[in-house]
Design a protein around this ligand. Structure first.
Ligand SMILES: [Zn+2]
Length: 115
């Protein structure tokens, strides 16, 4: 149910923006979603269709940009990509566990296109 509440929040922001700009219709919504956010793009499309019914954002194209998960080692400073298959939180280079997740948890509204 995570996606449902987030899509409701996104819709609220979209409609607020549309209203401020006297839009007749929302044509496209660009989202940035991190691979570690746990959001499933398919569900986001489905839920958006559901929550936007009856609004000017209904049938807007929802474009989802997936951001890969990156960790950075606090010791050697190198950056590594995390995959779903390999979620080890240590540096493969120096085996230090002082790593920081620098991207992959995003879930934000990047831009909105209106008519
Ligand atoms: Zn390292």
């Amino acid at each position: 149910m995570h996606e449902l509440s987030i899509m409701q929040n996104i819709l609220d922001m979209v409609l607020e923006y549309a209203e401020e700009n006297n839009a007749g219709k929302v044509t496209k919504i660009n989202l940035v979603i991190g691979e570690l956010s746990g959001f499933v793009p398919e569900w986001m499309h489905t839920y958006f269709d559901h929550v936007s019914a009856g609004t000017i954002a209904h049938k807007a194209e929802v474009n989802i940009e997936l951001v890969p998960a990156l960790i950075k080692c606090g010791l050697c400073g190198k950056e590594f990509k995390l995959t779903k298959e390999k979620m080890e939180l240590y540096c493969p280079e120096c085996e230090c566990a002082r790593v920081e997740i620098i991207s992959g948890k995003e879930c934000s509204l990047k831009s909105i296109e209106i008519d």
